[in-house]
Design a protein around this ligand. Sequence first.
Ligand code: ATP
Ligand code: MG
Length: 154
Amino acid sequence: EQIEVQRLLNDLLPIVEQHAEQRQVKLHASVQGNTWIQGDSSRLKQVFMNLLTNAINYSGDEGEVTLEFQESENHVTIKISDNGVGIPEEEISRIFERFYRVDKARSRNSGGTGLGLAIVKHIVEAHEGTIHVESEVDVGTAFYVELPKKFTEN
Ligand code: ATP
Ligand code: MG
């Protein structure tokens, strides 16, 4: 299936905005252009919903979440960042494991299972993409999802 990335991301915004509003988190989204990738749109929506939901849930008071889109010649990069609790350096390598949650007490009130990021990573890799994280405790977290562009033959 050929997917226009910006459209896929913008389609998610109404529901994400609603969630952000409930949590009193400010959402900034700047996604413009029309770039095509190849993949499964419902699975990719799941990826970005998971990451945006995490960003909203784990951003603190005066929370701000930003969705950005960048592209290079061969790839698109979707960046989802927040100014929340952050992830300790020694835990970063484990957050993609199934059922792994940093500091249970801290994430208790968000009521998740710890499966989200394991699924995200699995889907991204099935699309020949990569995901990486930059985070600092009490400063915030940024997830980068890089996916190959689709080159049309005509
Ligand atoms: P769910 O299965 O409902 O998504 P979850 O959010 O706890 O549950 P994951 O999405 O897999 O599980 O995330 C794993 C852990 O990584 C979280 O419990 C949280 O501790 C940490 N984490 C994920 N995203 C962020 C973020 N943006 N900021 C800080 N910590 C995060
Ligand atoms: Mg989650």
